[in-house]
Write a protein that binds this ligand. Structure first.
Ligand SMILES: [Zn+2]
Length: 52
């Protein structure tokens, strides 16, 4: 998945959970960046729940 640091806006990909930003070294500033397919999935789920 992709992460972005809220402090320095450094963006990178990692296959495991990351707690500290590899660029500025801050902890707790990383946010998951949803991938295109993840966004599509959440939209599909939303539409499904509307139908029911
Ligand atoms: Zn950072």
């Amino acid at each position: 998945m992709e992460y972005q640091c809220e402090k320095c806006h450094y963006r990178f990909e990692s296959n495991h959970k990351v707690y500290a930003c590899p660029y500025c070294g801050r902890i707790g500033t990383l946010k998951k960046v949803p991938t295109a397919s993840e966004l599509l999935e959440s939209i599909e789920l939303e539409e499904e729940s509307k139908e029911k």
